[in-house]
Structure formats: C-alpha cells, structure tokens
Ligand binder design. Structure first.
Ligand code: S3P
Length: 435
C-alpha cells in the first residue's frame, strides 16, 4: 500500500496540471460514434479515463496513441459500435459507467457493465430508471440499481425528465440515449451541472439544444463530425494546488492553461469570497472551453456559507474546500451537498473523520458539514479510503499541519491526477512515498 508522508512547507513555481477528466471521457465516447477519426491532443491518461479507453476499444473502436501522446479515435458512426465479446469493466469510474449506460441503451446488441467493489456500491438507478422510461431493457442487482448491469437492444422513445438532483452524468446519459430515440428527449436540469456534453456534442453537429434549464436531444439527421481538440487542464486537479497555494505560508503558485468553464469553478468563487489572493489571466479557449492561468498566494481567510446552486459547481472540490475552511476565521458551512455521500466514498463521513484526526473542528451534517476555524492542524496518520480526491485533500492538509502527516493508500490519486506526487515535489513539497 503506497503512503505519502508530508511535512509542512510552501509550494512555489509554475506548473500545468493533467488534462480534464470529464472532457477526456466524453471525447473518447463521443469520438467512438463520430463518422471518421477524432484527434484528441493532451488527453488525460489516468485510472478512470483508461477505463473508458478500454471499454471503447471493446466496442470495436480502434484508438491509436501517437508518439506525442495524442489519441486518434477511429469513430464507427452512430450505429457502428460492435457487440462486446466480454464484460465491459468500468473499474472505479462512475462517469464511464453512467455515460456508457446511456450510450448502450439504444444499441442493437447485448452488453454487460461491471466495475470494482467501490463502483459496485454506487447508485445506478438514477440512470437506469429514466432510461427504462425511454424503453431501455436493463437488468441488474437491486432491480437494476447496482452493477453489474446487463443491457439488451431496445428501441427507445423520447421522454420529458426532470433530474431530481443536478448531475452531469445522468444528463449526459439521457442526452446520448436521446440520439437513438424516436421523438424528442427533454432533460430538465434543476441546477447548473457541468455542460461539457452539450458543448462537445453540439460542436460535432448533434441536435442538442438548451433553453434555460431545458435541454433537448433527438436522432441526428446526419452523422456526427469527428473532434479535433486539445484538452485543457482539469480545474478539479488544479483545485488541490490552488488550496495549497492559498494556505501554505510562503507559497506562490501559477497553474497554467486550466479549464475555467463557469459550471466548474464554484471553488474559485468560494475561495475569493473567503478573501483568497487569486488572480486569473492568460485567457484562452481549448476544446470549446474557456481556459486561464491561475496565480495564488496565501491570504487571511474568513468563513463562508456554500449551498444551493453553487454546490454542483464545486462538488468534487468539497473535500479540499473543507481543508481550506480549517484555516478560515469563523464558521464555514456547506449545505445541500448530500450527493457527496454517493461519490467514490461517503465524502461527508470520510472527510469529517480524517480531518478530525488532524485536529480540525468539523461537524457532520446530513447534507454537508460545518468547520469552525481557524485551527492549528497537527500531523497524524490518515487514510484516503481508496478515494483519490480524499488522498489529495489530505496531502494538502499535510502541507499546513505541524509535524508529519501520513496519508495511507494514496496511490489512488492517479485515478484522476497521474503524477500528483511528482508535481508536488517539483513545486517544493516535502513529500516521501513509501511503497
Ligand atoms: C462528472 C460529473 C459529476 C462529478 C464527476 C464527473 C462528469 O458527477 O462528480 O466527478 O464528468 O460528468 P455527477 O454527475 O454524479 O454529479
């Protein structure tokens, strides 16, 4: 089991972060149904996106890797995917499996989707239930609510469906199924879940239309155009460096070419509201997404309340936000975030339990947490529980805790952020890795 041992200290310098995970998953899956070869420059090669790559190949799609690390996805057209000969293993990746269920529901073949013990615990009913209303044939444990799931060919029809909670994965699954359905599929979104799917599919010529909180999808009248994109840096990975730079005395960091899609940067807004010293410049555009360079230094922070629509825009960043909150004066309150309980771990329970071991004054709520700050953290032995974002959030905590912090089971960081430890070391972190 790989552990990280971290001593307190600043991070300084300039870096990029690995490419966006959400955009890479989509480029592989949407490229698979385009008519021709999609060129994906700077894809994320991580545990989760490699799961999508494996699945796409198992569906008969050739994906070549160039010497410069680009992926060339030889799309087979909307109806060219092949029946997989074996089970499609989505490993730990919730995005892989949920997007795939939507894509495969309308295919004229049989497929079985499976995953790791961690993924087998995560709810799939949020995708399978609306897809069944569209006519999908899906079987699985707990009446199709848990992996493994078996899907067989069905003809789909459009539905009007209001998402019970904002979710980009569920939205994407339904919009993908809508491309194979008779009539119109209407997804009503209660909050601003990440919109990479709408941006990317529209750029490929798919009939995806948004009007306010209504998004529609229908069978395309022409084939989908292949992609030619460079994937920007992942804001969710930059978030760990942003938090470290805002907290560790003496830090001064620049994080370059990061995707700053407004549906992703709730953490940035929360940190600014707390008084963080962050500048954003170097604006650009990559893969139809806004990008920028982030500059951060430590500053005096004060507590804030984060709730409602802001939650979905920073859902993956809440564990590291809790670390930041331990250093802010006053109470930081996170509400409306019950979704955290069904991520790779119950991220409310695991974040609260592990930060307490470091001395944080944090209270668990059914749908979030309250942090009373500031507190001096002290190094201790903590665990990632096999959750990549917790591993990295606790590493950031180690940069400000007195003495040594040992993060157990930290190799999972590479599910989303390969070479996290290398980048930390290059920026000056005092970090040892034990095999
Ligand atoms: C993702 C959507 C979010 C997010 C996940 C990636 C995506 O999940 O937490 O890390 O790429 O669509 P939900 O759709 O379950 O909110």
């Amino acid at each position: 089991m790989t552990n990280f041992i971290i001593m307190p200290g600043p991070l300084t310098g300039a870096t990029t972060v690995p490419a966006d995970k959400s955009i890479t998953h989509r480029a592989l899956l949407f490229g698979a149904i385009a008519d021709g070869v999609s060129r994906v420059r700077n894809p994320l090669r991580s545990g989760d996106t490699n799961a999508t790559l494996g699945v796409v190949r198992a569906l008969g799609v050739t994906v070549r890797e160039t010497d410069s690390g680009e992926l060339l996805v030889h799309g087979r057209g909307l109806n060219g995917l092949q029946e997989p000969e074996t089970v499609l293993d989505c490993v730990n990746s919730g995005t892989t499996v949920r997007l795939l269920i939507g894509l495969l529901a309308g295919q004229d073949f049989f497929s079985v989707l499976a995953g790791s013990p961690q993924l087998r615990k995560r709810p799939m009913g949020r995708v399978t239930e609306p897809l069944r209303r569209m006519g999908a044939h899906i079987h699985g444990r707990e009446r199709g609510r848990l992996l493994p799931l078996a899907l067989s060919g069905a003809s789909l029809h459009g539905v009007d469906y209001e998402l019970p909670v904002p979710s980009a994965q569920v939205k994407t699954a339904l919009l993908l199924a809508g491309l194979y359905a008779d009539g119109l599929t209407v997804v009503v979104e209660p909050g601003p879940a990440r919109d990479h799917t709408e941006r990317m599919l529209t750029s490929m010529g798919a009939p995806i239309v948004r009007k306010g909180k209504y998004i529609t999808s229908e069978r395309p009248s022409a084939s989908l155009t292949p992609l030619d994109i460079t994937v920007p840096g992942d804001f969710s990975s930059a978030a760990f460096l942003l938090a470290a730079g805002a907290l560790a005395a003496g830090s001064h960091l620049t994080i370059q070419r990061v995707g700053v899609n407004p549906t992703r940067v709730g953490l940035l807004e929360a940190l600014m509201a707390m008084g963080a010293d962050i500048q954003l410049d170097g604006w650009g555009e990559m893969a139809g997404e806004p990008t920028g360079d982030l500059h951060v230094r430590p500053a005096e922070l004060h507590g804030v309340t984060v709730q409602g629509d802001q939650i979905v825009t920073m859902i993956d960043e809440l564990p590291v936000f809790a670390v930041v909150a331990t250093q802010a004066r006053g109470d930081t309150i996170v509400r409306d975030a019950a979704e955290l309980r069904v991520k790779e771990t119950d991220r409310i329970a695991t974040t609260v339990a592990e930060l307490r071991k470091l001395g944080a004054d944090i209270e668990e709520l059914p749908d979030g947490f309250i942090v009373h700050g500031p507190t001096t953290l002290h190094g201790a032995r903590v665990s990632s529980h096999g959750d990549h974002r917790l591993a990295m959030a606790l590493t950031v905590a180690g940069l400000i805790a007195e003495g040594a912090t040992i993060v157990e089971d930290a190799a999972c960081a590479s599910d989303s952020f390969p070479r996290f430890e290398e980048i930390m070391l290059r920026l000056g972190a005092k970090l040892d890795i034990t095999p």
